[in-house]
Design a binder for this molecule. Sequence first.
Ligand SMILES: [Zn+2]
Ligand SMILES: [Zn+2]
Length: 382
Amino acid sequence: MAKEIIFMPLGGGQRVGASCYYLKLGENNILLDAGTGKKDGIIFVPDFHSLLTLPYIESLGQINQVYISHAHADHVGYLIQLMKEIPKAGVYMTDITRLLCEYQLYDRQYLSGKGDETRRLGTLSVFDRITEVSYMKLLKFSSYAATFFSAGHIPGAMMTLFRYDKRNILYTGDYSIDPTPFTDGCMLPKNLNIDILIMCGLHARHPGYRKKSDKLFQEVRKVFDFAVRKNISVRCYVPQLSKGIEFIRMLNRYNEYHVPVYIDPSIMNVVYKMERLSIPVLNEDNRVTGTDFPTRSHIYVTSDITSRPMGGYLDINIDFSLHEDFPQMKKFIKQLNPRQAVVVHCAKPFFGENTTIEQEIIKDGDCRTQFIFAQENEIYKL
Ligand SMILES: [Zn+2]
Ligand SMILES: [Zn+2]
C-alpha cells in the first residue's frame, strides 16, 4: 500500500488542453503540469473535483510538489489559480519556462490593459514561490528523487525523471526529437532504464502523420521569394507567440538579402525576455513595429490576427510542428523500451485512421511495452 504508484489525468487525457496529471508516489502527492484548454472559444480547466472524491487526498493543500514541463498554455495556463489553492506546495520549472510563463500569465494581460495593478502584484508574489531547476539537476525528497532533461520542443521545456522505490518514471511533457529553431531536440542519457513512461502522445493515433522536416525552411523561402524576387511586402501571421520568435529566428538565419523584418510589439516582448536569458533572437535587420513602414518591400511578423499595417501586403499564415511525428514516436518508445507507456495529450484520430502507436509497436518482437491510453478522471495503479 505505502509503495503504490497511482496516476490519474485531471485534464489532457485523450485530448489536447488543460494538461494536469495527478501522480502519487507512496505518500507523495504530485501534479504534473497545470494547463488550460479552449474549445469553441470557451476556456476549460483541469477537473480537481474527481480527485478530491477519492481516498488519496482530502484537499488540494495536500499536494506536495508541482512540476511544469514548459510554458505553453495547455500546460501552464492554470498555474496561478492552482498556486493560490496550494500555498505550501513546491513548484518546479526551468528558468526559461518561468520567464516565458511570467509573460504568458501576467505581463500579457497587463500590457494589453486588461489586468489591474493589484492583481498583477498578487500574481507576481505567486511567482516568487517558484523554484527554478536546471537540466541534469537532481532534487532529493525523503522517498523519491527527480532529475530534469531537455525535452526539445521550445526553450526551457523539460522532461522529469522520478526515481521511486527502485523504479524509474519519466514524464515527457511535449517533446521533439528533431532540433527546432531554438533547441537541439530532446536529450536523455543513454541506457536509461525506464519502468513507466508517461508521454505526451499528440500523434499516437495518427499512423500516417509524417513531419516534413524542411517545412519551416520552405515557408521561409516562400516569404523571401515574394519580398526579394517579386518585391512584394509580406505579412506573416504566426498563431502562437512562441512560434513567432521561432519563425523570426529562421528568417534571420536566411536573410542574406537584408530585407527589413518588422516585429509586432507582443512578439517583441517575448523576444526581450529571451534575450534577457542570453538567448539571441534579433539582428540588425529587425525593427519593432512603429508607425513608419518603409516603402521598399519588407516582412511583417505578427501573432495578432487583427494587426494589419496600412499598405498592400501578401498574407501568409505560418505554421509548423514542434512535436515528434508517428515514426519518431515509435523510435522513441522502442529506444526506451519501458515496461509501461501511459499515453496522454493525445489528439483524436484523423478520418479513416484507426491504428494506434500500440498496434504498431506490438508488431516488434523485442518490445515489452504495455500501453495505457489514460482517460481523464480514471485511476491507474501502475
Ligand atoms: Zn507545447
Ligand atoms: Zn501541449
